[in-house]
Ligand binder design. Structure first.
Ligand SMILES: [Zn+2]
Ligand SMILES: [Zn+2]
Length: 368
């Protein structure tokens, strides 16, 4: 009996080990296949992007050289143009469109994606004017003077005004480093200004807008504008000694991204701003964005449902995503149709050409 039970225990153990081994094999296979598909996708995606970049690379290089010659290589002028004017134009053009929607409620395709329904519908123009003044003040009297020490750091690196543009791959590497640096610094500086004493005297101004709009992204106390808005964005390029063209692209991207997270609309194709919108509405320090893109993305995915401000907003948000997915599917379908119809047409043309060539040859042979 004892021996039997010993055998059965051993058999059960063996079975369990086999099961475990099977599970390991299955997981390895799934992970391996996933990794392979992911790598293949990334390789082909980066190959296509690289090809597009190579094709247009000459255009960008020529454009940069033209600009360099236009400014006669004056580094300070080039720096002001790339690090101040281009990002400011990107910010005000993007926010200009959002402000039209906030003030007039038009175009309706934007306003139907509003997160906090009934808020800023239309926006209080007196409050808006005040936000614009503060934003302009921060850009002119805080961000602009901060470019002076940055310019000297960049000159020390000696690469910022090079006549040769960085490669596309290097720009992508830099962009990832800029993003991670900005997320970490923003997270800790934002936590800092949420300390009761600092909140009362500094960060409260930014939180006056419980339903934020795009321009509110830089509506902040000067100290907050230095600590949370400007330094985190400037640090990446200063560590990397980046080219002015990369700085211009990064600053513009950072300003547009922060405008999106304050815009108050969950627009299709754009990242959801509900996370930061909720932070403004409820003022919950625990919901500050976490210090990395991956963590931030994960938290957003895990907490998104809890962060829906109202059932209506949640429905609008889901509808926005569904519409975006439908539009992507439709554009894929159209591209596939165009590609296949193009292939069919070109095959048909090839076939016709070869048939007529054959016909000509046989005619010639018959005559001879
Ligand atoms: Zn805050
Ligand atoms: Zn904010």
């Amino acid at each position: 009996m004892k021996r039997d039970s010993g055998y059965s225990t051993m058999a059960a153990q063996q079975k369990q080990e086999e099961k475990l081994w099977d599970a390991v094999k299955t997981s390895a296979m799934v992970l391996g296949t996933g990794l392979l598909i992911f790598t293949a996708f990334m390789n082909s995606a980066s190959w296509y992007v690289q090809k597009i970049w190579e094709t247009s690379g000459n255009f960008w290089q020529t454009a940069w050289l033209n600009l360099y010659n236009l400014f006669e290589g004056k580094e300070w002028s080039l720096f002001l143009f790339g690090a101040a004017l281009v990002p400011a134009l990107a910010f005000w053009c993007f926010n200009g469109i959002l402000m039209v929607a906030d003030v007039t409620g038009k175009p309706t395709f934007i306003t139907r994606y509003r997160i906090q329904l009934g808020k800023n519908d239309p926006v209080d123009t007196k409050k808006l004017r005040q936000a614009i003044y503060t934003a302009l003040f921060n850009q002119f009297f805080i961000s602009l003077p901060m470019l002076v020490p940055m310019f000297h750091v960049m000159k020390w690196w000696g690469n910022t005004f090079s006549k040769e543009l960085p490669t596309f791959q290097w720009f992508l590497v830099e962009l990832s480093i800029f993003t991670v640096t900005e997320e970490i610094l923003f997270y800790y500086s934002h936590r800092l200004v949420h300390l009761p004493l600092l909140y009362k005297h500094i960060h409260k101004k930014h939180h006056e807008w419980t339903a934020p709009i795009g321009v509110v992204s830089i509506y902040a106390h000067p100290i907050e504008h230095i600590l949370s808005n400007t330094l985190p964005v400037m640090t990446g390029p200063m560590i990397m000694g980046s080219h002015i063209v990369s700085i211009a692209a990064w600053f513009s991207l950072a300003l547009i991204t922060t405008s999106i997270s304050h815009c108050g609309y969950h627009l299709p194709f754009l990242p959801s701003p509900e996370f930061h919108d909720f932070h403004h509405l409820k003022y919950v320090p625990a919901l500050l964005s976490p210090p990395s893109c991956v963590l931030s993305l994960l938290t957003k995915l895990l907490l998104e449902n809890d962060l829906c401000i109202s059932r209506e907003a949640c429905a609008a948000h889901l509808l926005a995503d569904q519409n975006a997915i439908r539009a992507i599917k439709q554009s894929f379908g159209l591209t596939r149709f165009l590609l296949t119809s193009h292939l069919t047409a070109s095959h048909l043309a090839d076939f016709c050409a070869s048939t007529s060539a054959d016909l000509e040859t046989s005619k010639a042979q018959t005559h001879s």
